[in-house]
Design a protein around this ligand. Sequence first.
Ligand code: AMP
Ligand code: MG
Length: 341
Amino acid sequence: MNTKLLTEKELDQAAAILREGGLVGIPTETVYGLGANGLNDQAVKNIFAAKGRPQDNPLILHIPDVSWLERYCKDIPLTAYKLAQAYWPGPMTMILYHKDVVPDAVTAGLDTVGMRCPAHKLCRDIIAAAGVPVAAPSGNTSGRPSPTTAQHMLEDMDGKIEAIVDGGPCAVGVESTIIDLTCTPPRLLRPGGITLEQLRDVLGEVDVDPAVTRLLGAGEKPKAPGMKYRHYAPKAPVTVVTGDPKRSAEYIAAHAQSEDGIICFDEFLPLFTGRSSARPVMDLGPAGDKEEQARHIFDALRSFDHTTVPAIWAQCPDTSGIGLAIANRLNKAAGFHIIEV
Ligand code: AMP
Ligand code: MG
């Protein structure tokens, strides 16, 4: 199959492919998604095949407007509307009970479904033009870092899907926040673009699923099935170093081998580029700018796959705000191999 790169102007083509049961890479503000008609069982199954995704890992259903929620969900609590009012369209997925129209392929047989209305205008326009909800996980091959540009998605999906719509680089850079509204108190299943603090502003008490911050034990089951899988992993093993940025940079400078890859905050680039110009170094952004760090995290992890680095060391921000999402992605990429300095 020849994967077409479509422009914004060709959104009707993308919508038609989706409607007819094909697979399309769609830009969102978080990461690129691998979309299919969410009401078409076979089309949704094809997503799993293209990604090599485990069958028990459900997808998120994307809608262009909050008014579509009732078509697919039941027993919707008032808090869902409050959250939608505050943060939709935006990088937040709500877990709700679904109606029978939602195929098992989307939900992996669960009685709940993840619903999201993306902020990316072109994405909403594609879904509205298709006239169907779009089921989509991130557009990477399973296990790899999520794509934040159309080019990254093409690296993983060329020849496997009908088309990718290029909507520019993703503005947020990490996947949506997942909040489960079927339990009391509501529970954060995955940190993302909408922060825990923002959720608490609307909901009051919010629990944090243990899978967000630590490796689960053999008998433990996360509520978001996707959180149990090794994820976001580049080919080389990753070590995450947390703590005061200056100390973590100095720790890495003292312990990394000269051929190891480095992910660091901008301020500390000279510590690494000074010693050996051959060393692959990726800057995440300024230590004080987590939004910028979020935009670069997957690109940084992915970039080392074009090199032969035997190991990767990464500085990690503190967990306030979107730092929780950055730390979660880095820690998962590292299999929770974390050093605190
Ligand atoms: P992705 O955005 O590629 O990571 O895939 C969607 C994520 O949403 C996965 O981590 C899933 O486990 C999670 N998810 C989707 N539907 C549900 C659901 N009904 N309950 C809990 N988690 C879900
Ligand atoms: Mg994913």
